[in-house]
Design a protein around this ligand. Structure first.
Ligand code: OAD
Length: 245
């Protein structure tokens, strides 16, 4: 990891920290990313599945796909990148984690101040009464999960063409704008509105660090681009900046 002493000093002085994460941070846990060679999108064409029309047309198929992803996510564990961000929340009192991931791994790693922009795959929402439920009871083959009111349940995630939860998004914009240190980690930074958060942070004078295995559309403009796996770079960065005796 290439970082100079001046940047280390600058980062150490920061008091308001926000971190935006994308699928890349969970790649080392074994959760496939969306874009790229191993992307879920390649195998399953999720644009066709992750939208409301597809769900209404064929809820069995969409539920089958979500159940597959839920099973996969249930078995995976946070990796050193997730744990490093949990440690950062302990070091910096004013720390907010903004994630596009629906996999719950940040919470499992120990972060508490989390803004989930795209929802949480483990939660379900009733199409009729809007109630959010965590678990679905046993379902007979060929049946669909239902709310206690009888309404059809859907995964409580944001689908293509849907609005993000507005209160969560507003908070994400606020903390990005007010941050003096902002991380963009493991995200291709192309899906809006999340993609504008690093730019907003930068416009407001924040020191923006990008961590990604590949350069992205924002790599040239950030304050510091650290190329590599987040599970390796983040622990190393924390060691260098905050583990000082
Ligand atoms: P992408 O799949 O678009 O991007 C993953 C990024 O992680 C890429 O830039 C990779 O280079 C990088 N990457 C892969 N492995 C990494 C590692 N070990 N360490 C660091 N970086 C790594 O995923 P997102 O940007 O999260 O939205 O995608 C954003 C949204 O697009 C998703 O939340 C999803 C999708 O449409 C919805 O479902 C609404």
């Amino acid at each position: 990891m290439k970082i100079n002493e001046t940047d280390i000093e600058k980062i150490r002085e920061c008091k308001k920290v926000a971190a935006l994460t994308g699928a890349g941070i969970s790649a080392e846990s074994g959760v496939p990313t969306f874009r790229g060679e191993e992307g879920l999108w390649k195998k399953y064409q999720p644009e066709e599945l992750a939208n409301f029309d597809a769900f209404m047309k064929n809820p069995e198929l969409v539920w089958e796909w979500y159940n597959y992803r839920k099973e996969l996510i249930r078995e995976v564990k946070p990796n050193p990148g997730h744990y490093a961000l949990a440690e950062l929340e302990n070091i910096i009192p004013d720390f907010t984690l903004i994630t596009q991931n629906v996999d719950d791994l940040h919470r499992k790693a120990g972060n508490r101040s989390i803004l989930e922009l795209h929802g949480n795959i483990m939660k379900n929402k009733c199409l009729d009464c809007g109630k959010i439920t965590d678990s679905i009871g046993p379902i007979e083959k060929g049946e669909l999960p239902r709310c206690e009111c009888g309404g059809l349940l859907r995964p409580d995630v944001v689908w293509f063409g849907e609005m993000l939860p507005q209160d969560v998004l507003k908070k994400a914009f606020n903390v990005s704008e007010q941050s003096d240190l902002f991380f963009s980690i493991g995200t291709s930074a192309v899906v809006q509105p999340a993609a504008s958060l690093p730019l907003i942070a930068e416009e407001n004078g924040s020191f923006v660090i990008e961590i990604n295995t590949e350069p992205t559309v924002i790599s040239d403009t950030v304050s510091l681009f650290l190329q590599g796996k987040s599970g390796e770079i983040l622990p190393e960065l924390i060691e260098k900046v905050w583990h000082v005796s």
